[in-house]
Design a binder for this molecule. Sequence first.
Ligand code: GLN
Length: 382
Amino acid sequence: MNFSLITKLPHVGTTIFTKMTMLANEYGALNLSQGFPDFDTDPRLTGLVADAMKEGHNQYAPMIGVQALRDTIAKKYESIYNILVDAQDEITVTAGGTQAIFTAIATIVRPEDEVIIFEPAYDCYAPTVELFGGKVVPVRLLAPDFRIDWTYVKGLINDRTRLVIINNPSNPTGKVLGREDLETLAVLLDGTNALLLSDEVYEHLVFDGAQPQSVLNIPRLRERSFVAASFGKLLHTTGWKVGYCIAPAAFTHEFRKVHQFNVFSVNTPMQYAIAEYLHDIAYVRGLADFFEKKRDLLKAGLQQSRFHVLPCEGTYFLNLDYSAISSEKEVDFACMLTRQHKVATIPLSAFYKEPTDQQVLRVCFAKQDDTLQKAISILAHI
Ligand code: GLN
């Protein structure tokens, strides 16, 4: 018998992150491509996981998440923004930020719904929208400043617009939408039925004295928003896959209907450990400084090189314009860099639906200073 399967995602292959990491491993290259730290997490945190396991927290967690962790998350929003989030009815612990995004889109999007995304966009948004029959409406932003023309965005909103997805700070651009941008967005969405999905996984990684900006802090946006967040970025534990979704109670109710059949519940010992570890909000506040130093190290090291460093206001990614070195396509140049010079990066074109080539590569600076120094000594001589 010959079975055939009609693909639901004809335009999707293996993600660029997997491909570049595999290439980096194959060629023994420094891996500045996929966004993950190459340094260890705090032994106190891993110790707390071991404690939780020894204390017997090894069975299913509650579907909505361990209470202590939801309380800790609520406390974080109170400390940072002075806002109240209901730990019982508005917070759901998820298996990472991506699952929060997937489940939110699954909860919201129906066939023919239009979803506005901003490109370069993180890779999971468009395929997930399409999986649920939605139509992606991309807004193309270009290097070097990736500026959003809100008047143009307003022109795209119509009766079929079901959702707008923002990523703040933005992976891969490193741009931060400030309070003013968010207020403009609130005005723009006023009187429409469009909901907002705000991917805030890099929320606390904002530099140069900027303050984190959650849409939860803008009441007119909060009432129509799902917020996705991740502990992977916060605790240097991308492999743990623990995150959360915050949404108004009625939205959360629907979100949980999908969530319970998607993962049901998230690994228990990590939830207890994170709840305990984040009692100290000073850790969260100190994170921006930690990564800002790494950004500055890489930026300063490349100042004399032929790479032009684009502005980076947040996240742990820096974009490098290599047009002074080559006019090769981004994918080809990135592969060449990995194979010949042993530094793996991500071509920015991977974050656009239509072919785009701006001679820009994304590099991740969530790396030990030593790794960054090694990368600098290579890149500075190209
Ligand atoms: N968030 C990571 C990045 O942007 C990738 C995660 C993944 O590989 N899916 O590099």
